[in-house]
Design a protein around this ligand. Sequence first.
Ligand SMILES: [Zn+2]
Length: 233
Amino acid sequence: MLVVRVLAFALAASANATAAEPPEPVPAGIVTHLSTTGRTVALTFDACQAGRPAHLDHGITDFLVQRGVPFTVFMGGRFARDNAVDVQALASHPAVSIQNHTWSHPTDLRKLGDDEVRAEVTRAAAEIRHVTGRVTTMFRFPGGHADDRTVALVEALGYRVVHWRWAEGDPARDIDADMLVAQTLERTRPGDILIFHVNGRGWHTAEALPRIVDGLLARGYTFVPLEGRLPPR
Ligand SMILES: [Zn+2]
């Protein structure tokens, strides 16, 4: 019986391994870690809005603001427009950075033409500037799907592309708070850029975040903003 269970577990584990996001080559220019060898880590959140309305997860933002932990939100232009009051209030905190995550969150920017890619970036930038008064300088591709062409287009607009080394996967409902805490404390390495969701689709993120922050602090990590800590081009 035990053998059967162990075998079943092994099969499930290997099935999960294949089902996980297939590794895509990371085009040159995409930042996946901070320029540091020290125990620093950056918290980032995506505020995606494609078709359905999305809202700011105050459980996350209130906690981090109250604790004085710096963080970056990669925000969709539609999200900024439809949540203008909340986004304006968020931007009043100097430790919160708001950056560009396209206008309409297309599933894969690689499938769009040059002009469409540029329009996704510039329209989001204009809306975020309109709502917050801030100029965006960093960009994150929806789903992380990028290639040399699309990265070059975004960089030509003056952006650094900032992704991650490993993803939390918090939009999956079955990744509960305990799992988020455990995987973060186990996987985090110096210079990591952690990615969660703050658009109401990071189902257990707000619940997990206090233990993640305290756990990383206890392991000697410092939370830093992305600004000034990206590797040179
Ligand atoms: Zn997104």
